[in-house]
Ligand binder design. Structure first.
Ligand SMILES: *Cc1c(COP(=O)(O)O)cnc(C)c1O
Length: 398
């Protein structure tokens, strides 16, 4: 077993070696610009990009012409929300999203609020799920877009996507879905899921960093968006800029591998997550955060009462995990996602996110169980708060 153990696959995934191998020729021998129409260097690059489009389209059941390559999910989210807002603002200025969205969505919505946008942030229940009736109630004649994520990056909680899509369709609204955590992990099908725009990113599915896609529906309905980057008219005018050919080739290969591996990989990763969860729940006063049923296979977000998550992380020198979200763990604020589920500051501060991926082994999970159990017991043994909690419990029993 190699140390440290990487259990932060929701922050980013290691690249699959097959992905790297597929990318390598496109840095040197096949370096052409996919927009060069006059020679074989360009044609070879364009062919590779077209092949990647096929591989990605197959994974999410889209048409190749419905994919716009971007620099990642953050850019795709910006393009979707700002692009729809600018295109449809004649119809209305109201967007409905949710409090547990990724910062890419929340900050984009905040930006639009500065320029006249009206945003509703739906709450979630204690499982982290939106309540479809609340969504329906929030719709006004000014509403143009619903922006709800597929699966949450901190808890792995999967939203009721088909129900949301039904409400969007009934009310003639567009439905944008940040599916960055879901694509490649659970079956995502833009047609049967009823999604009109969707963002995802290569580095969350064993591909390279710095490349992603925005899916933009072309039929039923035909979605139009205003470009956010001008110059050259690449990607049918929706995203100008020379294509990142090696990155796109890598994303394509990563998508193909996910299509091939999905069923067996899901079973294996679910087995490992459930083993880890069962063992950690043996520790006293320990709680799983978010729904345990509507959840991604590899994610476990867990709170150990009266154990500071940051301290626990430091104690686990040989295990890479995350306390709260990777994007906010630089700050000492408790995770806004966990707070939205109704957790106290204390329990939110005591949360650890474990993300299991393709390259984790059962041996690593066994090691993690052993090390975490030891660390939690040690931190509690030296914690006055824990002693008080124990004493109170004893008193209550008498
Ligand atoms: C990682 C992530 C993003 C950002 O993706 P990048 O490609 O790193 O910009 C957006 N949304 C969710 C849910 C994510 O997990």
């Amino acid at each position: 077993m190699n140390l440290p153990v990487y259990l932060d696959n929701n922050a980013t995934t290691p690249m699959d070696p097959e992905v790297l191998e597929t990318m390598l020729p496109y840095f040197m021998q096949k370096f052409g610009n996919a927009a060069s129409k006059n020679h074989s260097f360009g044609w070879i690059a364009e062919e590779a990009v077209d092949h990647a489009r096929k591989q990605i389209a197959a994974l999410i059941n889209a048409q190749e012409t419905e994919l716009v390559f971007t620099s990642g999910a953050t850019e795709a989210v910006n393009l979707a929300i700002k692009g729809v807002y600018e295109m449809y603002k004649g119809k209305g200025n109201h967007i409905i999203t949710c409090v547990t969205e990724h910062k890419a969505v929340l900050d984009t919505c905040k930006h639009l609020e500065q320029s006249g946008g009206n945003i509703t942030y739906l709450p979630v229940d204690e499982d982290g799920l939106i309540i479809p009736e609340e969504l329906e109630k929030a719709i006004t004649p000014q509403t143009i877009l619903i922006a709800i994520m597929y699966a949450n990056n901190e808890t792995g909680v999967i939203q009721p996507i088909k129900e949301i899509a039904k409400i969007a369709k009934k009310n003639d609204l567009l439905f944008f879905c940040d599916a960055t955590q879901a694509v490649g992990k659970v079956p995502v099908d833009v047609l049967s899921d009823g999604i009109h725009l969707m963002a995802c990113s290569a580095h969350k599915l064993y591909g390279p960093k710095g490349v992603g896609i925005l899916y933009v529906r072309r039929k039923n309905p035909r979605v139009k968006i205003t470009a956010q980057i001008d110059g050259g008219g690449h990607e049918r005018g929706m995203r100008s800029g020379t294509l990142n050919v090696p990155g796109i080739v890598g994303l394509g290969k990563a998508a193909e591998l996910c299509s091939q591996k999905s069923d067996s990989e899901t079973l294996r990763i679910t087995f490992l997550r459930d083993k880890l969860e069962r063992a950690l729940l043996q520790i006293e006063a320990t709680f799983v955060n978010g729904s345990r049923t509507s959840r991604l296979p590899g994610v476990l977000n867990i709170s150990f009462q009266h154990v500071n998550g940051q301290a626990l992380m430091m104690a686990l020198k040989n295990i890479a995990v995350s306390s709260g979200s990777a994007c906010t763990s630089a700050s000492l604020e408790p995770s806004y996602v966990l707070k939205s589920l109704g957790l106290s500051d204390d329990l939110a501060h005591s949360a650890i996110r474990l993300g299991i991926g393709r390259f984790n082994t059962e041996e690593e999970i066994d090691y993690t169980i052993e090390q975490m159990t030891k660390a939690v017991n040690h931190l509690r043994a030296i914690s006055p708060l824990w002693q008080m909690y124990k004493d109170e419990n004893e008193l209550n029993k008498v």
